[in-house]
Design a protein around this ligand. Structure first.
Ligand SMILES: [Zn+2]
Length: 279
């Protein structure tokens, strides 16, 4: 029996746990520890494993997983395009306000990721698990809005500061040969502001932990169901006895009384009229 789905779920659990732990540690020490590459790779492999094993858990699940993979790819490409466009626009227009769009897509990406989780898990969850995933989406959306509301004032402040610095840089270089002392002081002050903002962003990022906790639990539930044998994969049993319906020609389980496809009545035991098939 292949365990792709089980291992896929386990990798998702590990990826979310790593994310959660390092978000918490970063918030406490006030310096961002960026491990997003590691958790992204784990997430990616997890999704691939779940996609490979998708047919073992029914047609609906199989279809849902494909939708989830599509959302994952879309969300990834969407983020890259928006960030690239924002940076390009900021450079070409010399207006840093264009960079703010990077913050505004955080809630959109949060909802897309949440929907991806929902499609991955929906058919594997009991009603309670489904509610936990949906709650996770709601909590992540709310916390990403809170993060934006808390960070945006500092971002605005920093952009204004930068604009002024940019102007005074030009003035300093062009007109004042004795202005270097004040120039360096201003440079230092600006860098401090940037550092301050980074620290604040790291601390505020801890709000995201709540949504991650919901997702962690949501992935753990079906993982446990599969591990405990409560959720059984559909296995093609090699010794499963089939008979072919002589009316429509399709295969039906040998113990069925009527053909599931055309309603043709079978005789009580497969005999020479109804052939036995093993596959
Ligand atoms: Zn039939």
């Amino acid at each position: 029996m292949n365990k792709n789905t089980e291992y896929g779920l386990l990798l998702m659990i590990i990826a979310i746990s790593i994310n959660l732990t390092f978000t918490a540690i970063s918030a406490v020490i006030g310096t961002s520890i960026n491990i997003s590459i590691i958790s992204f790779i784990l997430l990616l492999v997890g999704i691939i494993l779940i996609a490979i094993g998708r047919k073992q858990y029914g047609e609906k699940h199989s279809r849902n997983v494909l939708i989830a993979v599509f959302i994952f790819i879309f969300s990834f490409i969407f983020s890259i395009i928006v960030v690239a466009a924002a940076i390009f626009s900021a450079i070409s227009s010399e207006d840093l306000n264009s960079l703010k769009i990077i913050f505004y897509i955080i809630p959109i990406v949060a909802v897309l990721d949440g929907l991806m989780y929902l499609f991955l898990l929906y058919e594997l969850e009991k009603p309670k698990g489904k509610i936990i995933v949906i709650s996770g989406i709601a909590v992540t959306l709310i916390s990403s809005l809170v993060i934006i509301a808390l960070i945006m004032p500092s971002v605005d402040g920093l952009i204004n500061e930068f604009d002024e610095k940019y102007k005074s840089d030009t003035i300093t270089r062009n007109y004042y040969s004795d202005g270097y002392n004040s120039y360096f002081e201003e440079e230092k002050r600006f860098n401090n502001k940037v550092e301050e903002m980074q620290t604040q962003a790291t601390r505020v990022g801890a709000v995201g932990i709540f949504g991650q906790l919901f997702y962690l639990f949501a992935f753990y539930l079906p993982y446990k169901r599969i591990k405990d044998g409560e959720l059984m994969p559909l296995i093609k049993n090699k010794s499963y006895n089939m008979r072919r319906c002589m009316n429509c020609g399709r295969l039906c389980p040998s113990d069925s009384m009527v053909c599931a496809y055309c309603g043709n009545k079978f005789e009580s035991t497969p005999n020479n009229k109804y052939q036995n098939y093993y596959y």
